[in-house]
Structures are given as C-alpha cells and as structure tokens.
Design a protein around this ligand. Structure first.
Ligand SMILES: Nc1ncnc2c1ncn2[C@@H]1O[C@H](COP(=O)(O)OP(=O)(O)OP(=O)(O)O)[C@@H](O)[C@H]1O
Ligand SMILES: [Mg+2]
Length: 306
C-alpha cells in the first residue's frame, strides 16, 4: 500500500502488554492526523508480513528485548525500511544498563555505585560489596529489562538471596547497586532538546510496575519537577548529554534519582512509553506539544542509518 505506516507493537518482551498500549495510542493519533496506518504484532513470522505490506516507514512502538535493543532496528536496516527512534547501536547500548553506565561514567555523569553478577561467575558477593563500598539496602535488577520488571530493593542478605534466586533463572547478567533515596526525576529529550523534567511520587515502596501503569496506585506526577532553577537546568543538561553520548535519535527519556543535591542517572530509555500515564507525552503537553504532534514529529524524523 502506498504511503503506509506500520506501527510495530507487542513483540516478545515482558513489556508486551505495555507496548500494545503505546502502539494503539500512537496508531490512533496517526490515523487522526490522516496517515494510513496498520498495526502489526512483532511476534512469530512478522518479518514476512512486514515485507508484504511494503510500508513507507515503521513506527516502532515496541518496548524491551528485541524491540528496544537494536534487534528489530537491524531487521529494519536490512530491509531498508525507515523507522522511528534510535538506531541499532544506540538502542543496544542504552538497553544494556552496564554498558551505558560505563559510557555515562566516562563522561562524568553520576550513576549509582554498582557491580555485575554474571550467572556462573558470581564470585564472592561479600568481597564485591565491600570493594564497592555499597551498603544495604541495595537494588538488584537485570541489565536489560524495563517497566521495573525484575527490580528488587533488598534490605539485607536474606532478601538479596531470595530475590537473586528469582532472577538468576531468567537473566544472565544482574546489576547490584546502591539504593539512592530521595526524589524520582525523569526528563524527556526530543531531537537534541531537553523538553522538561517531571517528578514522580509513588505511594508504593518505589516506582514499580503498578505505580507506573495503574491509576489506582495513585502515583503523583509533578510537572515541572519542583527543583531550583539551577538544578532543573542541570538535570535537563544531563539528560541531553546522555542522549548525545549514546547517539540516540527521536525521543528518549532519562530516569534519575536526586539525593543530597546530586543527580544519579539510572538509565536512558530509547523507546519511552506513550500510554495514558506515560511521562514523555505529559512533559511534551506541558511544553505545548500535543500527543498527535509528538507522534507526527517522530514519523517525520524516521530514517535509515540512524
Ligand atoms: N539505585 C536505585 N535507587 C533507588 N531506586 C531505584 C534504584 N534503581 C531503581 N530504582 C527504582 O526502580 C525504578 C525502576 O528502575 P529502572 O529505571 O532502573 O528500571 P527499568 O525497568 O529499566 O524502568 P523503565 O520502566 O524506565 O524501563 C526506578 O524508577 C526507581 O524508582
Ligand atoms: Mg526506568
């Protein structure tokens, strides 16, 4: 079909459900703007289906493994189909919380202190935690998940053992990091401009899956984040820098903790959520950019060789 946009959604990751919400919201907005749109679940033999559809471009609404990590991006490069958001290498780097942190640290962006546990090569936990000067509570998480899946706050060794055992069957590489108290601040970057910073105040222990996607969890969103002008500009600068260091394109969202006047970057998301409760659309709205305009901008920005 001529001038068709395929919205890739669903897929194979743990964030499949959320990706449908993102995908549907984006596809509806594009239809409203007059684009010809087809939704496609990136599962099974979807590449054959995609080839048959011969789209003008792909709107990537996938989250997590295979959708946000360079995998689908390389398929689209090899098919020469333009696509939205970041390219192959930036997606892979950003999805890998260890590799992206190495780059952040090298470029003087603060991250929590951490070490890696690799399945089969765990080594001496006690030695590692002492060497890194990390104290309980600690946070453990897979290097390549999203939506807070597999994120556990552990107050002591017993809780750590219990949660690590839950994670180690599904994931080969797990981060152990210091818990940073304080505020949860997230920043949206569009093209090379940081749009704004929002603060999230969960009613739950932390900003977990429910706090992110359930209205009932009543997470408070404060836009703009209540920071001094200096600190507000600083976090915008850091998010823009992280976007640039990773070589990201389109729109990203960087997640920070703010404690004792310092920002700690947790990660940069290359396929940020676009659901009803999502933060990029909320930040953009505050800046006068409507959801439809945001999605249409992503379409116009799509290309290959990203
Ligand atoms: N070191 C930490 N200190 C304090 N809280 C943390 C820490 N790491 C993670 N968290 C909490 O867990 C949440 C999810 O962590 P993180 O952003 O690393 O995971 P994710 O699954 O990649 O999330 P996303 O939905 O953004 O993809 C954070 O927003 C924060 O509330
Ligand atoms: Mg996050």
């Amino acid at each position: 079909m001529k001038n068709l946009i395929v919205v890739l959604m669903g897929g194979l990751s743990g964030e499949r459900k959320i990706s449908f919400l993102t995908g549907k919201a984006c596809s509806n907005a594009l239809k409203k703007k007059g684009y010809k749109v087809k939704e496609l679940d990136a599962k099974g033999y979807f590449v054959d289906k995609l080839k048959k559809l011969k789209p003008k471009l792909v709107f990537n609404a996938l989250h997590g493994k295979y959708g946000e990590d360079g995998f689908v991006q390389s398929i689209l490069e090899s098919l020469k189909i333009p696509y939205t958001h970041s390219g192959v290498l930036s997606s892979s780097l950003a999805m890998d919380k260890e590799l992206s942190r190495i780059l952040f640290t090298k470029n003087k962006i603060k991250t929590p202190k951490y070490f890696l546990l690799q399945k089969g090569y765990e080594g001496d936990f006690k030695k590692k935690i002492i060497n890194k000067k990390i104290k309980f509570p600690i946070v453990i998480k897979p290097v390549n998940e999203g939506s807070s899946l597999g994120v556990y706050i552990c107050k002591n060794k017993i809780q750590f053992n219990k949660n690590y055992n839950k994670l180690k069957n599904g994931y080969n590489r797990i981060l152990v990091e210091e818990y940073i108290p304080g505020k949860e601040i997230q920043v949206a970057v569009m093209s090379n401009k940081a749009l704004g910073a929002i603060e999230l105040v969960p009613t739950r222990e932390f900003y977990d899956y429910k706090a992110k996607y359930s209205v009932k969890a009543k997470t408070k969103h404060i836009m703009p984040a209540p920071l001094s002008r200096k600190k507000y500009n600083e976090v915008l600068f850091l998010a823009k820098k992280a976007h640039k260091i990773l070589g990201c394109r389109g729109i990203t969202r960087s997640d920070f903790r703010f404690f004792k006047n310092k920002f700690y970057l947790l990660e940069t998301n290359t396929q940020p959520g676009m659901t009803k409760l999502s933060l990029v659309p909320e930040i953009a709205h505050y800046c006068g950019i409507k959801f439809g305009e945001l999605v249409a901008w992503l379409v116009k920005d799509a290309s290959n060789n990203r």
